[in-house]
Design a protein around this ligand. Sequence first.
Ligand code: SAH
Length: 264
Amino acid sequence: MTRRPAFPVRLDLRSGAPVAPKNIANRVQGTGAGGPSDQKISVQGGHGMDSAAVRARMVQKLAAQGVSDPRVLSAMGTVPRHRFVDSALVNQAYEDTSLPIGLGQTISKPNVVARMVELLLGGRVDDQGRLGRVLEIGTGCGYQAAVLACVATEVYSIERLRGLHDKARDNLRSLRLANLHLLFGDGMAGYAKGAPYAGIIAAAGGDAVPQAWIEQLAVGGRIIAPTVMPDGAQALVVLEKTAREMKQSVLEPVHFVPLKSGIA
Ligand code: SAH
């Protein structure tokens, strides 16, 4: 069944670019100051591609597929996904497909990124329309981290492979996301210094959600993690922390690279 979007993203018909909801537009990629003069992500393709128009089409498809949170649609319409993939794959950057990013890892397809970020938000935002501090495990090429930086006040993203941590840093440099912090290390241990988190999102699938993540989650917070089920298949798991317990929901099947311990 196709879910109907509740709030289709507003499109600026002159440029074809999605318009960020009020209160977010000026803070999305800025210096953190939140003023109207904040720097915006440049959307010039540099590959002979009108990336804003292609991205706007991707956003329309996401909305048709059931992604309805306007902040998520706006973020997906803002972050230049083609800047995060190898030049040979640029033409596929806005297709609904996962792509290799090197070292045997993959960037998730846009639909999965949008779905997971929407689950992470879960309607819990501050009066600026943002989620609080977020921890991402598995920076990869940095794409999802950039999307998260558009919807959360502060993002800590950990990667265990030095080569990808460096690549993400390069990919993200020109976007100047002052609220995004890249860390090199084993994300299984979380990142205690940034805790407590309003949300924790894993881009790699483990056999269980590490205890450290549960400890570092704020009450009222959510963990979104692909997890291997007893039958051996991965499913998307949502954990919610209440004052008394952890509530678990097992959602649709997913296919993520494995969560591994240690660094390399
Ligand atoms: N969100 C990423 C997707 C990266 S794929 C993007 O937008 O590109 C998942 C990543 O998780 C891989 O880069 C892998 O190296 C990393 N990973 C796996 N186990 C990890 C761990 N314990 N700590 C940190 N990163 C981990």
